[in-house]
Design a protein around this ligand. Structure first.
Ligand code: XMP
Length: 513
């Protein structure tokens, strides 16, 4: 295993991600917890010192245990980590005016080519991402320079005898295109074979959940989405029936959705699950409401009330499980230092843990979406489930502009099911980020058979996106659109007109409300 000592950089988790991609098991520990004793006990094969917002020139600023440097462990120092190494090993760091560097820079090779840089400098200088105010002004004894940049004469240094490496830039970020190679080289030097897997991660997480929860009870708000599902299954593996899931059914779900979710978790996974069918309550409160924000507020508040009501029936629960992912934890990756993480409250259960006095279990906090999917796969979730499009917390309410009625919801469910069926049949589902039908608050005139109709119009929506922040409409063929519209109009009673929404985001949003 590899130990990452975290000095508070916003991008420390990205180091872990790069290492996981290289099939190396690593653990991040905040520097405050890492004593020499801790390291001896953990016995890591290699150590990485992360970046961080502080200045090593400040008195009392974070350090690594001095003994670390005498344990014969290969070390890679990054940015602040580099400066820690230089300071603790006898070099000098200055808070320089005019030598701060933020953003793209180019490193030029210097001296002989070393193993750490295999695959680097093949086409001249390497692009890297810098983010430092301080700079090393004198390298520590035993170190040599292997790469320089205009503002960082000691961009890459190493003490090859002791396998100590120190870089000023951030190889873990996207803007250092060849950064992963540098990690790959480092772990090879440290003797890792790259045999760690998602299966091993699952075992590790299970161990950690048991350690955190002990014999206490956990409740989980299960939405049926990938994140909360993976979290619930993992926690259930760890602590069995100490976990109870509450599935709040607000009556705004898609066709057959509640039955599918309940069936899968109760029957297939044998998970203790409360199916809180509160559709009457939600639909009652939403009656006559057409303002989008008011709808969201009503649903959000009721959700919390209902969840709390059911959670209260579980005696002695001390933990609330959430499928928070790493991108939910880091709101914006900034390189300017400052506090290391900004917590974004979860849209559905925000405020709940404080209100109920519960502690959080968040087993997916370190993972990115694609890693959660891989973990879901590892846990045996069906591929069709893992690849599901996102579905918003307020559900069909925000796909039903204007007043929500049971009749409209029923029509919408039928149309949506046909649309998704069409997309799956044409093999397009996985190319699309999200697809759904919105039922419009207008009736239009049509003619069917010999009669005149006066029914609802609907809009089909399908977008491509990377993260939901921006999106483009999906370019279906006219044949596909024609066939789908015909099916919806013929098969769904209550719809006699079908349109396709070709708005991108921005200026539109993905949902209609
Ligand atoms: P918009 O419509 O804002 O949506 O472009 C971007 C993505 O977020 C989803 N979405 C939500 N998800 N609770 C959620 O859990 C919400 O209140 C919510 N509103 C929008 C939307 O489906 C899309 O994937």
């Amino acid at each position: 295993r590899l130990l990452i000592i975290d000095f508070g950089s916003q991008v420390t988790q990205l180091i872990a991600r790069r290492l996981r991609e290289l099939n190396v098991y690593c653990e991040i520990h905040p520097y405050q917890n890492v004593t020499a004793e801790f390291i001896r006990e953990m016995a890591p094969k290699a150590v990485i010192l992360s970046g961080g917002p502080d200045s090593v020139t400040r008195e009392g600023s974070p350090r690594a245990p001095q003994e670390l440097f005498e344990m014969g462990i290969p070390i890679l120092g990054i940015c602040y980590g580099q400066q820690v190494m230089m300071t603790q090993l006898g070099g000098k760091v200055e808070s320089g005016h005019g030598t701060a560097e933020f953003g793209r820079a180019y490193v030029t090779p210097k001296g002989p080519h070393i193993d750490l840089l295999r695959g680097w400098f093949l086409e001249g200088d390497e692009q890297v991402w810098m983010s430092h105010g301080d700079h090393v002004s004198q390298i520590a004894p035993g170190f040599e320079v292997y790469g320089t940049s205009p503002n960082a004469p000691y961009a890459i240094t190493a003490d090859l005898k002791r396998h100590f490496y120190a870089v000023q830039f951030h190889p873990e970020v996207h803007h250092t295109p060849n950064g992963k190679t540098l990690y790959e080289n480092f772990i090879k030097i440290a003797g890792f074979t790259g045999d760690w897997t998602m299966g091993a991660y699952r075992e590790e997480m299970i161990r950690k959940i048991r350690e955190q929860v002990g014999d206490k009870k956990v409740i989980c708000a299960l939405s049926g989405g990938v994140d909360s599902s993976v979290a619930a299954i993992l926690i259930h593996e760890a602590i069995g029936d100490q976990l109870t899931c509450v599935f709040v059914d607000h009556g705004l779900l898609r066709k057959n959705e509640a039955a599918e979710v309940v069936g899968m978790f109760r029957e297939h996974y044998n998970l203790p699950l409360i199916h809180a069918d509160e559709s009457e309550l939600f639909l009652g409160e939403l009656e006559g409401v057409s303002d989008p924000e008011t709808k969201r507020k009503i649903i959000g508040k009721l959700f919390i009330d209902v969840f709390q009501k059911h959670a209260d029936t579980i005696e002695g629960a001390e933990f609330l499980a959430q499928g928070t992912l790493y991108p939910d934890v880091i709101e914006s990756v900034s390189f300017s230092g400052g506090p290391s993480v900004t917590i974004k409250s979860h849209h559905n259960v925000g405020g709940l843990p404080e209100k109920m006095g519960l502690k959080l279990v968040e087993p997916l906090r370190e993972l990115f979406k694609d890693e959660v999917r891989a973990l879901g796969h590892e846990l045996g979730l069906p591929a069709s489930f893992i690849g599901r499009h996102p579905f918003p917390g307020p559900g069909l309410a925000i796909r039903c502009p204007g007043e929500i009625t049971r009749e409209k919801l029923e029509i919408l469910r039928e149309a949506d099911a046909i649309y998704i069926d069409q997309i799956r049949k044409h093999g397009l589902y996985d190319e699309i980020w999200q697809a759904f039908v919105a039922i419009l608050p207008v009736r239009t005139v049509g003619v069917m058979g010999d009669g005149r109709t006066y029914d609802y119009a609907c809009a089909l929506r399908a977008v491509t996106s990377v993260d939901g922040m921006t999106a483009d409409y999906y370019p279906f063929s006219h044949e596909f659109l024609g066939e789908t519209a015909t099916r919806i109009i013929n098969e769904v009673k209550g719809i006699n007109r079908c349109t396709y929404d070709i708005t991108s985001k921005p200026p539109g949003t993905i949902e209609w409300e």
